[in-house]
Design a protein around this ligand. Structure first.
Ligand code: NAD
Ligand code: NAI
Ligand code: ISE
Length: 338
């Protein structure tokens, strides 16, 4: 069976995901698209020469019985409404992070999915599919380096535009670290504190940049995560796990080593598209494969999306409250979900 996709949101990553379903992955076909900007949807169809229906609203797209699954790649605040309608229409859902921008919105999604009695939702936490993070997890689990004590994360973007604010750094950017640290360490967050170093001259008035988020995990491990989204030089993702008997770090994939004019250099990736290309391919292929065989997605779940937003909410409180903020009970026993 071919999984027939409808795509909601044909901006930067929506277009990338359509390209990969159509040209790189197997078992999927994009049959319909929509975007709140019909101009963006039309441009996507033209640029990728798609043989796909353009719907003027997501409601029409959800009513199309030939669509098996949707990719939701609209801006974060639009996700909740679209995911709930998709579940109501009985479609499988691949939704970009964050699952929803409020904890209550995530709860509504988890509960709506649970009421259907089957798993329908996968969240786009693609780092779980990245070869570097997978190798790191397997080294941690080998026990060869003793117990982990500290984790140092760095998340740098070359630049962001004027729409990106101090608060957005949490659910837009840091949320990747929140999810990957839970997954790597098999541990939950306990408390968070935010530090603001001197701000870069490249940040605009509504953005403090960089920001440092310090966490205690429930096990006592300390996580230090830097978010710096106007670093100018490129896209730079780092993660070091300091253990009792050694340090394990991921390295960025590098394609070139250039000797020129008295210097040895490595060109740096400029954004997420290339850095995580293999991970995006793998997460969507995994989604297609599990939808195709009828057992529903097995990747990051709506509960993972809920926990990431819950921790994110505490980080946003910590941004304005100087001290440590306790993270509420991670897993509400009444939540349900898969
Ligand atoms: P974008 O602004 O380029 O694209 C968003 C698109 O969604 C736009 O075309 C916009 O018109 C459309 N849109 C917004 N609200 C909509 C609605 N209610 N209905 C239909 N369409 C709507 O943004 P982007 O960079 O592609 O990011 C989109 C999503 O992907 C975000 O959730 C973002 O967090 C996520 N993202 C994830 C990664 C990653 O590494 N996993 C990377 C980039 C973006
Ligand atoms: P974008 O701004 O390029 O695209 C968003 C698109 O969604 C726009 O075309 C916009 O018109 C459309 N849109 C917004 N609201 C909509 C609505 N209600 N209905 C239909 N369409 C709507 O944004 P980008 O960078 O593509 O990000 C989209 C999502 O992908 C975000 O959730 C973002 O967090 C996530 N993302 C994830 C990345 C990752 O590494 N996993 C990388 C980049 C983005
Ligand atoms: C973007 O939405 C992503 O998810 C990227 O991976 C991240 O690096 C960037 O900061 C976000 O804006």
């Amino acid at each position: 069976m071919t999984v027939r996709f409808g795509v909601i949101g044909t901006g930067a990553i929506g277009t990338e995901h359509i390209r990969r379903v159509e040209h790189r992955l197997s078992g999927g076909k994009v049959v319909a698209v929509t975007d709140i900007s019909l101009e963006a949807a039309r441009r996507c169809i033209d640029t990728l020469r798609l043989d796909a229906q353009l719907y003027e609203s997501e409601d029409e797209l959800f009513q199309d019985p030939s669509i098996d699954a949707v990719i939701i790649a609209s801006s974060g605040p639009a996700h909740e409404g679209s995911v709930l309608k998709a579940i109501g229409a009985g479609k499988y859902v691949f939704v970009e992070k964050p699952l929803a921008t409020t904890t209550d919105g995530c709860v509504r999604i988890v509960q709506a999915e649970a009421r259907t009695g089957r798993r329908l939702v996968q969240v786009g936490f693609m780092r779980r599919y990245d070869p570097g993070y997978r190798a790191l997890k397997s080294e941690i689990q080998s026990g060869r380096y003793g117990a982990p004590l500290m984790v140092r994360c760095v998340h740098r973007n070359a630049y962001v535009d004027e729409r990106y604010t101090t608060e957005m750094a949490v659910l837009d950017t840091l949320i990747h670290e929140i999810d990957i640290v839970r997954w790597l360490m098999e541990d939950e967050f306990d408390s968070v504190q935010v530090l603001y170093p001197k701000s870069t001259r490249h940040a605009h008035a509504r953005l403090k940049d960089p920001q440092i988020f310090n966490f205690f995990m429930q096990s006592g491990v300390v996580v230090m995560a830097e978010v710096f989204v106007n670093c100018q030089y490129g896209y730079d993702i780092q993660c070091d796990v300091v253990c009792e008997d050694g340090v394990i770090s991921i390295t960025s994939p590098q394609f070139l080593d250039i000797l020129h004019a008295g210097l040895r250099s490595h060109p740096l990736m400029q954004d997420w598209k290339l850095r995580f290309a293999d991970a995006y391919d793998a997460e969507l292929q995994d989604f297609i494969d599990h939808v195709e065989c009828g057992d529903g997605p097995r990747g990051p779940s709506s509960v993972d999306g809920y926990i990431a937003t819950l921790v994110g909410d505490a980080c946003v409180s910590a941004q304005t409250s100087k001290g440590w903020v306790k993270i509420p009970q991670i897993r509400d026993p009444n939540l349900g979900g898969f």
